[in-house]
Design a binder for this molecule. Structure first.
Ligand code: HEM
Length: 460
């Protein structure tokens, strides 16, 4: 494939985009659908930090790998960019018009409303619930035989679902986790298929896939309704996010949140709050199982600080290696591995002009391994995230939580959760790879390990 300038309505002084044509007839659509983790690094190798590729002939999209370009799109000129309909429409089938999928003034009002539940002060109170949820998992592990094999990705999914539901809504929905877990998986698979396929029959057509999605979505809606109705009936304030949402609904009756909006927000937070964190923890354990020397250092840190007890809010700041492992795992395996955007009006980035309504993609999977910004980019080196080594790094060379106004509202929540879970488990258990089990990144809804992460865990 040759590097050729893509045609675009540029002025003569503007830089032309290095063009990545892909297949002469069908463009890169097949690679976008089937092998994006190979496609985007190939685009960077051929074209550099800025490229124009074609999904299909006549459907160009722009790929930006340089941290300054990422900062421009997400932060400096964020007003000129929106999430694309290819992302929003399928996502809305699952979470309606919640914080992740809403736009404009409505989004801003909801964001302001929920922000206090995610500030540092409030999070301190949630740390104990995170520890309590982790303790339940550790107790279950203790009752099983030593040196056993388990899929730690499944364990982390159940744990993060318990953490999200108990911290945000004071209800543990993980008890029915096999049903709920399967329903989430079915909806994620469906949504990600809709994101990359141009031609799919509308949801109302009773195809087997559509019916499966509707069944799974009904189950998730029921879970959410039960959470809301339970709280309304009990009338008891729990000081959590659900209280905040319900109070806003009462205050603003008439113009405020409808029942549907409330349901959308709860399902959004339950979805966004557990799936990505589960992926990040699963990758952390995979990497730790491959690097026993790092795992031993983590054990020393955790045992030294915790002495066998569960982490308290005060401990989190004293577990720097646990946090660095979590951050490094998200560098190598970012749960959100690419962010699509669309320009609203024309723009220019580093001299490269962009027309209005242009599709732009930022790719954590590539920028997080960019050799100009990371030393030994392919190596697992958590120490690069320790305070003494992190200074001077380009701000947007690392953006697992996005950035700018649409930055993940749960970023501090997730960093606290990741640090706490890794330390709480590592002080008691050694995790080793299961011979013969291949761990394969699957870039669908989030970047998950395809067949889980099967490991052997033994008590220390
Ligand atoms: C390791 C864990 C997590 C990762 C990697 C992650 C990643 C992200 C990213 C990249 C975005 C921005 C998407 C975009 O700009 O297109 C985002 C948004 C969001 N995240 Fe997270 N997230 C994590 C955990 C959480 C948690 C724990 C919660 C809630 C408890 C949460 C709730 C949300 C919500 C509601 C949004 C939409 C925010 C808005 O648009 O205002 N996330 N997340």
């Amino acid at each position: 494939m040759a590097v050729t300038p893509a045609t675009s309505p540029h002025t003569s002084s503007a830089k032309t985009w290095p063009g990545y044509r892909g297949h002469w007839l069908r463009g890169c659509l097949r690679e976008i659908q089937n092998a994006p983790l190979e496609l985007y690094p190939a685009i960077r190798r051929q074209c550099g930090d800025f490229a124009c590729a074609r999904a299909l002939p006549g459907f160009p999209f722009y790929v930006l790998f340089h941290p300054d370009a990422v900062e421009h799109v997400l932060q400096k000129n964020a007003k000129n960019y929106r999430k694309t309909d290819t992302l929003l429409k399928p996502m809305r089938l699952l979470v309606g018009n919640g914080l992740f999928t809403s736009e404009g003034d409505f989004w801003l009002r909801q964001r302001r409303l929920m922000q206090p539940a995610f500030n540092r002060q409030h999070l301190v109170g949630l740390t104990e619930r995170m520890s309590a949820a982790t303790e339940i998992m550790l107790r279950e592990w203790q009752t099983k035989e030593a040196g056993r094999t388990l899929d730690i990705a499944e364990e982390m999914t159940r744990l993060t679902l318990r953490i999200a539901s108990t911290t945000l809504f004071s209800t543990d929905v993980s008890g029915d986790s096999s049903d709920i877990g399967q329903a989430f998986r079915a909806t994620f698979e469906y949504v990600s298929r809709r994101m990359s396929a141009r031609l799919m029959l509308p949801l109302w057509v009773p195809t087997p896939g559509n019916r499966r999605f509707r069944r799974a979505k009904r189950l998730l809606d029921d879970v959410v309704l039960k959470i809301i109705e339970g709280r309304r009936k009990s009338g008891a304030g729990m000081g959590d996010l659900l209280d905040l949402l319900l109070a806003a609904q009462d205050e603003e009756s008439g113009g405020g949140m409808t029942d549907q909006q409330l349901k959308d927000e709860v399902l959004t937070l339950l979805t966004a709050g557990h799936e990505t964190a589960a992926a990040a923890l699963s990758w952390s354990w995979h990497l730790l199982s491959q690097h026993p020397e790092v795992q031993n250092a983590l054990f020393d840190e955790a045992r030294g600080r915790l002495q066998g007890r569960l982490p308290t809010p005060e401990d989190v700041a004293h577990l720097p290696l646990a946090r660095a492992v979590f951050e490094e795992a998200m560098r190598l395996y970012p749960p959100a591995w690419g962010l699509p955007r669309e320009t609203i009006g024309p723009d220019e980035i580093a001299g490269h002009p962009l027309p209005a309504k242009a599709m732009v993609i930022l790719v954590q999977w590539v920028t997080h391994r960019h050799p100009d910004f990371w030393d030994e980019p392919e190596r697992f080196k958590p120490e690069r995230f320790l305070a003494e080594n992190a200074a001077g790094r380009a701000k947007f060379a690392y953006f697992p939580f996005g950035g700018g106004p649409r930055v993940c509202i749960g970023n501090t929540f997730a960093l606290t959760e990741g640090t706490l879970v890794l330390a709480a488990v590592a002080q008691h258990y050694r995790v080793e790879p299961e011979p013969g089990h291949a761990v394969i990144p699957d870039p669908t809804f989030t970047l998950r390990p395809k067949n889980g992460v099967v490991v052997r865990v033994s008590r220390r």
